[in-house]
Write a protein that binds this ligand. Structure first.
Ligand code: SF4
Length: 369
């Protein structure tokens, strides 16, 4: 496994089985080579084509000359006192993305990034504050899973610690649609990571057209960054709302749940003191979600330098939660994990050279008319 290979080499890492089958067919090989390659990579951790002994010599040489299976290694690992791990992975010359592992009693969740930065620009989010640089490739998305698995295996001598993967790190995964779909397919495939569809979650801020497309292409759990119960407030907190308001977003969610037979869609709601945490906000939210396949995660806000928002008080969060529960909506308050290493939700900041043009960001925020 080599980093920073010349870009002309075809990086096969993370490619879904269909793409690999097409690739092998295109070089006059049988399609089953795709499964063999995936087995070497994801079952055995072999990235050197010359060690793939069920490939003949000429195929090995061809692959070595034209392809790679490469992913970037982390520069730093930080471990929280609660067991949460965060890897900083350098990208290009001066970028860094973050990947976080959260151990829990019966599962281990890996939170991966899909972009370097994020264009959505939510004002309470550390990633949003940094701006946007570029999308990650499928190999860069899958590379994060391999970095985490390799490192966890080294330290805990176990290969089964990552049971769940959530696209909730840096970036809006549906804004990097094609690469995200490919990565999901490889995560889910029996010859890939074999993680069941219910254990893979895509989290979106509300890109409705892509969400509808997603419902037709893959079957994974869905989380939505809602954060506000009405359009006026959500326009401010999640600016994509100006393009796709709450009604449109919720219709797409219910459609997704129906098509994909999901028991619930998870709605993430960051608790911001004096902003979205009043009793009337809770009642408004309850009205939106009552009798729907919805579950709410209340997230105590994690502060970061340069932001003026504060976390709601514990009493406010409890009051908010109780109103939702009394309306029959499954609601939990998420435990803050990894806050001593800035790995908590909303704190992922990495290092992003902001290439997002102001005009593009403004365009994204403008309402459709
Ligand atoms: S909350 Fe999510 S969508 Fe909003 S800026 Fe942060 S990473 Fe992007």
């Amino acid at each position: 496994m080599i980093s920073s290979l010349p870009p002309e080499l075809n990086n096969l890492l993370g490619s879904p089985i269909d793409d690999l089958s097409d690739f092998f067919e295109g070089i006059d090989q049988k399609k089953f080579r795709a499964k063999q390659l995936m087995s070497w990579v994801y079952d055995l951790g072999i990235y050197d084509f010359q060690l793939m002994t069920n490939f003949n010599n000429s195929l090995r040489d061809y692959l070595e000359e034209n392809c790679t299976l490469s992913f970037d290694q982390p520069s730093t690992l930080e471990q929280s006192k609660d067991g949460t791990c965060k890897w900083l992975i350098p990208k290009d010359k001066s970028q860094v993305i973050e990947t976080v592992y959260i151990p829990e009693e019966n599962r281990g969740t890996l939170c991966i990034s899909s972009q370097i930065g994020c264009l959505i620009d939510c004002p309470f989010c550390a990633t949003g504050h940094q701006g946007f640089n570029r999308n990650l490739s499928t190999s860069e998305i899958i590379g994060q899973v391999l970095v985490a698995k390799q490192d966890l295996k080294k330290r805990f001598k176990r290969d089964d610690l990552v049971t769940n993967v959530v696209f909730m790190g840096m970036g809006e995964p549906l804004a990097n649609y094609t690469e995200t779909i490919k990565a999901i397919k490889t995560l889910n495939h029996p010859n890939g990571f074999n993680i069941s569809r219910r254990r893979i979650t895509v989290s979106t801020s509300g890109l409705v057209p892509q969400l509808i497309k997603l419902s037709e292409q893959v079957n994974v759990a869905l989380a939505v960054s809602l954060h506000a119960p009405n359009d006026a407030l959500r326009d401010e907190l999640v600016p994509i709302n100006r393009k796709h308001p709450i009604d449109e977003l919720l219709d797409a969610c219910w459609l997704y749940a129906k098509k994909r037979n999901l028991r619930t869609v998870t709605f993430e709601y960051t608790m911001l003191k004096g902003v979205n945490d009043s009793k009337s906000h809770a009642l408004e939210l309850a009205k939106l979600l009552k009798n729907k396949p919805a579950k709410v995660n209340l997230i105590p806000f994690n502060s970061f330098p340069g932001v003026s928002y504060e976390c709601s008080t514990r009493d406010k969060i409890n009051e908010f939660r109780n109103i939702l529960i009394e309306s029959g909506i499954m609601t939990i308050t998420r435990k803050t994990r990894g806050d001593d290493i800035q790995a908590a939700c909303g704190q992922l900041s990495g290092l992003v050279n902001n290439l997002a043009k102001k005009s593009l960001r403004q365009k994204l925020k403008r309402p459709l008319n």
